[in-house]
Design a protein around this ligand. Structure first.
Ligand SMILES: NC(=O)c1ccc[n+]([C@@H]2O[C@H](COP(=O)([O-])OP(=O)(O)OC[C@H]3O[C@@H](n4cnc5c(N)ncnc54)[C@H](O)[C@@H]3O)[C@@H](O)[C@H]2O)c1
Length: 103
């Protein structure tokens, strides 16, 4: 698990936050957390770091596809690995709707 990268969208709250903390508690060490909400995302990252994870916080509007692609590329460059675990968090209660895996 040490070399696996976890990339989570919607990681600042709800399912995404719970999933981030679950991965961190299971020993995943390389995590990229994406969300619009900077304050909440930092709080989740702090909890993940308490488990020893290296966490990138990426504040991005996933509705902006080009920016999101660039952010994903930066995650790949940062962690320099081909091993990735991709997770999605969809959100249907807010606009714009978005629901797909980035990789
Ligand atoms: N919680 C449940 O029990 C449950 C059950 C079934 C389905 N769902 C669905 O799963 C999804 C996630 O649920 P949740 O409870 O975790 O929701 P949530 O609102 O707690 O989390 C969604 C996260 O996505 C972020 N976000 C919203 N728009 C964004 C954007 N454009 N770019 C980047 N980040 C953005 C928000 O800041 C928030 O942190 C929702 O669509 C919900 O309807 C939830």
């Amino acid at each position: 698990m040490e070399d696996k990268v976890v990339l989570l969208t919607g990681a600042a709250s709800g399912i995404g936050a719970a999933t981030a903390m679950l991965f961190a508690s299971k020993g995943y060490k390389k995590m990229a957390l994406l969300d619009l909400d900077q304050a909440k995302l930092e709080a989740v990252a702090t909890k993940c770091r308490e488990h020893g994870a290296e966490v990138m916080c990426l504040f991005v509007n996933l509705a902006d596809f080009d920016t999101t692609k660039g952010v994903v590329k930066s995650v790949i460059e940062k962690f320099q690995t081909k091993h990735k675990i991709c997770f999605k968090t969809c959100f249907i209660s807010k606009q714009p709707q978005y629901n797909y895996v980035l990789f």
